[in-house]
Design a protein around this ligand. Structure first.
Ligand code: ADP
Ligand code: 5GP
Length: 182
């Protein structure tokens, strides 16, 4: 395997997408574009933020073995294309998977050399503030995501690197160090 596979997990709102969008400013770092049955948010574009597909199309892809991993989160399915992942690694890229804790377990089994990072918000209040400020989920959805976060923390010991995302610049520096980017 020529490239480097990297998982970034952590509770919704902790800053995974923000961190990934900084890291992918480098040409040799790409983020996997997941498939999902979730409805697009106002600013999200098909093929850019996610590949938005129907539940039936998602099940078909599962049957065809086209996912490296997949999981259900808040009633929607999310999955990583095996084909895209294999090609990225063949091309020597650093390939970021922004996936949940259950998908991460599946990837760990298939790709034991994967680098695993768990992003942690500074505290619960900050997590809630970030979810509210992002303004992409209603109150009930924010509450559901905060509830799921309590369960997600239990998986953090399965990750080699746990990084608190307080000041964004510091977080990026720490991740660059983990990825040996100097
Ligand atoms: P996730 O992808 O983990 O759900 P996002 O990247 O969407 O989280 O971040 C949630 C919100 O928090 C966004 O509004 C983002 O701008 C903000 N955010 C992310 N990282 C930081 C940080 N280090 N400091 C302050 N705000 C942040
Ligand atoms: P959101 O709806 O906020 O975009 O994502 C919700 C959750 O789904 C986040 O924890 C995110 O990391 C996770 N997720 C996004 N894409 C994938 C994927 O391809 N596989 C898995 N297992 N989780 C994903």
């Amino acid at each position: 395997m020529k490239g480097k596979l990297v998982i970034i997990s952590g509770p919704s709102g902790c800053g995974k997408t923000t961190v990934c969008s900084h890291l992918t400013q480098e040409p040799n770092i790409k983020k996997s574009i997941s498939f999902t049955t979730r409805a697009p948010r106002a600013y999200e574009k098909d093929g850019v933020h996610y590949h938005f597909i129907s539940r039936d199309a998602f099940y078909k892809r599962i049957d065809e073995g086209r996912f490296a991993e997949y999981a259900e989160y808040c009633g929607n399915l999310y999955g990583t294309s095996l084909d895209h992942l294999t090609k990225a690694l063949e091309n020597g890229l650093i390939y970021l998977l922004e996936i949940d804790v259950h998908g991460a377990s599946q990837i760990r089994k298939k790709f034991p050399e994967v680098i695993t990072i768990f992003l942690i918000p500074p505290d619960e209040e900050t997590l809630e503030e970030r979810l509210v400020k992002r303004n992409t989920n209603n109150k009930a959805e924010v509450d559901e995501r905060l509830e799921i976060a309590k369960d997600e923390y239990k998986y953090r010991d399965n990750y080699k690197h746990c990084i608190v995302n307080d000041k964004l610049d510091d977080t990026i520096k720490k991740i660059r160090k983990v990825l040996e980017l100097g």
